[in-house]
Design a protein around this ligand. Structure first.
Ligand SMILES: NC(=O)c1ccc[n+]([C@@H]2O[C@H](COP(=O)([O-])OP(=O)(O)OC[C@H]3O[C@@H](n4cnc5c(N)ncnc54)[C@H](OP(=O)(O)O)[C@@H]3O)[C@@H](O)[C@H]2O)c1
Length: 289
């Protein structure tokens, strides 16, 4: 546990993991102060006791101001690569004692070039954090259960999920599990210099995920298989680059023959079993009704 008060700045606090983390940190901890840097404070629904400051990761001055008087940072990088990334990471690591970075499973420990642009920017940020003098934890997430929120509209409107690779199986992780490990990394010394790789506790095919969502909302949700090319076009019209779309499709396709293996790290860190996808679906049923 911390000695004295831990002063934590959370980025991405309106998102999946940052949101779960601020809720966790704000709950009954007198030795922790929590600040969230958000782009639009008025629309951010954050728990009482969380100090909200306006800022944007693309604006170094706002990041510098948000860092005042904090000693720990939970860093989420939602922006892709580029020069700005290094400047922001260097600014943060020069000012705080500890950084917990939300990275991704698939980043290699030897810093070798990554197979897609997303893993590449995570690789670059991991390296920048490792190169600094901070106490760091690189919290590598597997695919998040929250990705299936992308199906919410079709489930609400048609009780069908139209997507690709229904037989692909992934061990999707509940954001609350990631937040729990992040809180341990921020507030105790147990994960300093560690690279926990966190997945959900078991792999479900996407068809099974759709069924679990149906069970959570109380009606049958069916699967409609789409051709990969159609999904590629949908991703690109949603703003994905061709390289990102191709990288994602390749990685999803691989889970048909090779279901993603759950990692043991959540259990090793927390001593309990991770929240299953079925639990995630119940927790988020309102989004699919
Ligand atoms: N999805 C997965 O399966 C997966 C797996 C492994 C790793 N990851 C990594 O996890 C990270 C995303 O985490 P998440 O899912 O918790 O986040 P998320 O739900 O996608 O939310 C993104 C957060 O970043 C904030 N944000 C966006 N642009 C910003 C900017 N310019 N300045 C400051 N804040 C900004 C958003 O705030 P606003 O409310 O202002 O938009 C929001 O709080 C990414 O780096 C991703 O690569 C994801």
């Amino acid at each position: 546990m911390t000695t004295g008060t831990a002063r934590v700045l959370v980025f991405g606090a309106t998102g999946n993991v940052g949101g779960a983390l601020v809720r966790r940190l704000a709950a009954d901890r007198e030795d922790v102060t929590v600040r969230a840097m958000v782009r639009t404070p008025g629309s951010a629904d954050l728990p009482d006791g969380v100090e909200v400051v306006r800022g944007d990761l693309t604006n170094l001055d706002s990041v510098r101001a948000a860092l005042r008087d904090v000693d720990r940072v939970f860093l989420v990088w939602p922006l892709g690569g580029g020069e700005l990334t290094r400047a922001v990471v260097d600014l943060i690591t020069a000012r705080v004692r500890r950084v917990v970075y939300l990275s991704a499973i698939g980043v290699r420990d030897d810093g070798a070039p990554a197979p897609d642009p997303i893993l590449q920017f995570h690789t670059d940020i991991e390296q920048a954090v490792r190169d600094s003098d901070v106490e760091w934890t690189l919290l590598r997430s597997g695919g998040m259960a929250a990705n299936t929120l992308g199906w919410a509209q079709q489930v609400r409107e048609r009780s069908t999920v139209s997507w690709v690779y229904g037989d692909g199986a992934r061990a999707l992780v509940h954001e609350a599990d990631l937040a729990e490990v992040a809180a341990i990394a921020l507030l105790t010394d147990r994960l300093v210099g560690a690279v926990p790789e966190i997945t959900g506790p078991s792999a479900l095919t996407q068809r099974e995920q759709a069924r679990a969502i149906g069970a959570a909302v109380g009606r049958t949700v069916t699967w409609e298989e789409l051709p990969a090319q159609e999904v590629r076009e949908a991703l690109m019209s949603a703003g994905w680059s061709a390289a990102m779309a191709d990288g994602a499709l390749r990685s999803w396709a691989s889970t048909v023959d090779r279901p993603e293996a759950p990692t043991p790290d959540y259990a090793a860190v927390t001593g309990s079993t991770g929240r299953p996808f079925e639990q995630w679906a119940i927790d988020h049923a309102g989004d699919f009704r």
